[in-house]
Design a protein around this ligand. Sequence first.
Ligand SMILES: [Zn+2]
Ligand SMILES: [Zn+2]
Length: 675
Amino acid sequence: MQQIKVWCSAVMVVATVTSMAAGERWPGTRLLVTPQALADVPAKVANHPWAKQLLDDMLAEADRWVGRPVDPPTTGGGWPHNYVCPKDAGRLEFREDSPHRHWCPRCKTFYEGEKLDAVWINSRHMNFAVAAEICGLAYRLGGRTDCADWSRRVLLWYAEKYESFPINGEWAGRGRVTCQSLDEAVWLIHMADAFDLIADHLSDADQETIITRLFLPAARHIEQYRFGVHNIECWQAAARLMAALIGRDDALRDRAIGSLRKNIEAGITDEGMWFEGAPAYHTYTMMGLTPALLTARHNGIDLGPTDKLRGMYTVLSHLALPGWQIPALNDGGQTSLASMAYFLETGSYLFDDAELKQQLAWIYQSKLGSRTKVSIRQNPLVLLYGPAELPTKASLDLGSRLLKDTGLAVLRHGGYTAIVKAGRKSGWHDHADRCQLILADEKQTWFDDLGTSSYGHPLYLDWYRHTASHCTVMVDGKPQATDAMGEFVRFETAGNCPTITVRCGDAYPGIVLTRTVAIVDGLVLDRFEASSDTEHEYAFLLNAPGEFTCNIKPAGGDSGTSSHLKLGSESLAALAANANLLNGDWKEASGRLGITASASSAFTAYTGHVPGFPGGQQRSALALVVRGQRAVFTAAYVSDSGTDGAGNARCTEVSVSESGEAIFKTASGKTHVLH
Ligand SMILES: [Zn+2]
Ligand SMILES: [Zn+2]
């Protein structure tokens, strides 16, 4: 987020404001919610226990707020990425009753400081907006005028004070009540929905005050910070669209529509992945687009062709790993396929698409998620728009896939899943990870992308974004370039040895990285070539959960060296220099991954512990290092769980021929060759 530029402050457009004519009121329930959707709820509740549960939960949440004072903080909030444990890099836990002491549930420790207090304030502002929305729904669906009145008081509180909040914060634009224009937009969407829901409970004077002193000033403030094609812009344009409709500002509305159309047209890859390449930002973008899509539909606004947009709802399933985790590629944390349920619920309404309903039904039938376990922020739309009936027998097609425009390829064969990244232009959230390998058996993921901690933690830059944390090659101890274009040279899935080859010539100047991964006879074969006209130090990096042990002997010369390889904040110890074959295992309680590895010339092997997922356990890293103009690393992996014939498959010998072929000899006498 550090590199974010504020594009449009110099070219601010003065909106042509159409002031509301006397007696012209906002009629309500035409942004996210329609009278028809509200009218359909009683039948859903009567016929489906999940719908009754959602309604009960929502009314209980409204009850939790409605008796309480309307007393949001009177200062602007701070950056949520600072809410991170300095020790384990995991998120701190927001506790409403603890504005000055902030809890790490893993360390069982409270942390203190002004920056943390400011994040607590940000969360309070956000929670008031969500509560105003929930109370608005309780009014519409439960006839609760006391809830409508509480929402009205929240809206008026902010309307009366909004412009007295100084401009505040840094990073993704600036906010007033929140820390950035992005958060201000997220907050404003909830506020606009609340206003829309209780519109008929507001007097003309209330409406006028809230529109002229909150929605229009907030939307115009947000519009000063423009992000082109970006997840942030989707949120901000959605908020501007909703506020512009309420405020009858046609020019503001049209600019928001133009921005949304541009993002939908240019921000989605051919396969339906949000171009930033991060599953976490893919879903975050969908969260921002969902209110825009609903508002557009309910107001006859055309946001352009929807083909690629539909793909956003199903593309992540192609990347699914054991436990239905989606790899944490680029910035952001791990995601589960279950998190797509909310989007599939509203997507089914927006597009009436059989494929979306199939995948939604599959998530519920496989017990991956349940309709009553979507978070309270998301529940209302599930209740309103979730299809009452879903297909009774759903399946999910999991095969090998080339997601060419997304820059990823997935091989699934013999119980293994291998994902190899070629990369594409992904912008600020990209990682320095070209040609990285993610590898799983049927039970667990061994080589993984760790995603990122909150951006306020030092390991964010030194480890999580860095090449060092990814299973790829690092040159001269420096990170690869981000935003580098890679290409797929080979993607063969027919036959019994599916194979991927990716190549990237832009990760380092003058160096070409080429990786081939194949799955055959219970083995995963890996050949990684790095070549240049000049001499470099090439480090072939792997890290996995559990403990790594190996048998390795130097082929000659010194058996150990005093030099250390630094990965993030950790130094790896040298195991042996001038080695030519390594046999080892990562061992976990639940399984074991064996490796037999070699290189085109004698290598030094290093091992040590490195940080794992933010807030999670350490991992064991292995690095093979070769100096020269060219290096070919080769490795065979075998898992002892969920694969066919693991024991016999293990390689006894792995080597590189004079011409650079990787040669694998197995215990059962077979030879495989990769080139
Ligand atoms: Zn902690
Ligand atoms: Zn990464």
